[in-house]
Structure formats: structure tokens, C-alpha cells
Design a protein around this ligand. Sequence first.
Ligand code: NAI
Length: 325
Amino acid sequence: WKPPVTVAVTGAAGAIGYSLLFKIASGEMLGPDQPVVLSLLDLPTSMDKVQGVMMELADCAFPLLHGMGGFSDARAAFEGVDYACLVGATPRGPGMERKDLLLKNAEIFAAQGKALNAGAPGAKVVVVGNPANTNCLIGMMNAPDMPRANWTAMTRLDQTRAEGLLAAKAGVSVNAVDRVVIWGNHSATQFPDISHATVGGKWAKEAIPDEWYKSTFIPEVAQRGAAIIKARGASSAASAAQAAVFHVRDWALGSRGKWASMGVISNGSYGIGEDLVYSVPVVCYPGEYRRVGGISIDPYAAQMMEATRKELIAERDAIKHLLPK
Ligand code: NAI
């Protein structure tokens, strides 16, 4: 018997929350023998919806769900949590500039960073709400008592999108694809890199035409979210929830040698500099991740990595005044 762990999910009344909460309660995220307690946070105006989601969670009679609570106050929601999935964010409204979006979300994530720092300094955090990397940076900077390594931003959906597209192109199962890397920002400047990837045991670069990689694959991965909105009339929610499950599951239980991409605080490696939440490849061991070091970077990759780095620096500059000294 294992004691329950508590998982907070923000934006619990939203589309991703509606998929993610049920996956966590079923054991998909933390393992089939790990009881969980769920802490659902959303805005005060969404409390009816949160109650409705909790009614449905109760109706599933999940054997692993040992308790839950709904909150509109971050400090109360985060008290003593082990994991925090920060999904809730302000969406881009009509006529809203990207800078306004950054600023509005910066306020939310500064407050949530402080609340986690006060109530759950040992929590492991994944930021899903966009702009995910910069929101993660703000939260981390406002949580001085928490290890910086505990703050991560989700680029796993970009990774699984890239793996799916690569497998389809090569005509193999997605299980045959390994070591695809997402570098940089979870945005259109991200760099989905197949330089180190293998497909069915062969180098992807040898199995896949370079022209397709650069002209089709990279833009398709980067624009996949927009393509889904166009086709479905709603943004990707189930796949985002699944990616959050994979991200935290690997971190909590280990990735068994497989590479996973995560936005993590930069440490100067690969010319990324410092104080940016930049997606890099990691390998996970139960409860920790380690960056994959020493990967060769060719001139094309270096140029792509620099472009996404510049965007992250611009995002950081836009919210600089909100970062504690
Ligand atoms: P949604 O609009 O359906 O739900 C968002 C929820 O967050 C709403 O219930 C809203 O009331 C709540 N919320 C807003 N501000 C909050 C705050 N300060 N505290 C707590 N809750 C708050 O959106 P959806 O589809 O669930 O997406 C959520 C976020 O995830 C968006 O920012 C979206 O852009 C992002 N996203 C990120 C992906 C990634 O790969 N990193 C992939 C897909 C979506």
C-alpha cells in the first residue's frame, strides 16, 4: 500500500482539465498502484463547472481516487501538493497583442509561483498554459525556495506530434521512432530535430528525404495546433492532456532510457545561455530528469535553435519588470 500523492490541476473546468483529471484519477499518470488526491483550481466564476467535474469523477468510482477538492484560491489549492499541472491560463482575446497576453499570464503565474513556494515547495510542476515556457520562467522566479529543476514547461505534445508524423512518413509504428528532440519554445519557432532520431533502427536522416524534413515536417509540427483548430473548431485538448500524462509519468516513474523533451531552466549548455525555460532532451529516472549532454549540433540545427532562443529572450524582456531581482 502506498500513501496517496496530491496532484493540483489548474484550469480544472477547461477542455484539457476535462480530459486530464480522469487520466490522473485512473492511474495513467502516476501508476496503477499509486492512490491520488486531486486538487482542482479554477476561477471563481467557474466553480459550478468544477463541481460538475467532481461529480463525474465521483461517478467513475476510480479505485485510486482517494479524495478531491475544488478551489478558486491558489494558496488553498496548492497546500501540500506533490505535483502541480498548471493548465489554466488567459486565452488570447480579440484584438489582444501577444505582449498583452504575456503580461496577463505573467501576473497569473507570478501569483501561482508564490502560492506554490509558500504551500508546496517540494512540488514538481509542469506548465501547460500558454505561453508555457515564459509562464514557467515567471512561476519559477517567484518561487525562490523551490529547486529550479522542479519547474518544467510542456513540449511533449510537440514531441508526440513529431513522432506521429515521422512514423507515418516512414510507414512504421510510432514505437519504432526514437530520439526526436524538440528544442526551444512551445510556439511556431520551436525546432523539431530529427538529426539524432532513429526510425526502425535506421537513422531518420537516411530514411527521410531532407527536403520533406525541412519544408514539410518542421512547419507541420509547428503549425499542428492551428490545423487542429481549423479541422475541429476547437483546440487540441485530449492530445494535450495525454502529453501532460506522458511528461509527468516519465518524470515520476522514469523514461526507461528513452529521450523526452521538456522545457527546463537553461544551464548554459548548447549555447542557450542562462535563465530561459528552453526545451531540451532529457532522460528521466524515478523522480528526476537529466539533460542529454554532448549532442552534436550541425549548422542548420544551430540556426534553428538560435531563432527560438531569440524569441524566448524577447518574451522574457516583455515581462522583465515582473521578474524578482
Ligand atoms: P480552456 O479555455 O478550455 O480552459 C482554461 C481554463 O483555465 C478555464 O476553465 C479558465 O477558467 C481557467 N483559468 C483561467 N485563468 C485561470 C487562473 N488564473 N487560475 C485558474 N484557472 C484559470 O483552455 P484549454 O483548452 O484547457 O487550454 C488551457 C491552456 O493550455 C491554454 O493556455 C492553451 O493555450 C494551453 N495549451 C498548451 C499546450 C502545450 O502543448 N503546452 C497544448 C494545448 C493547449
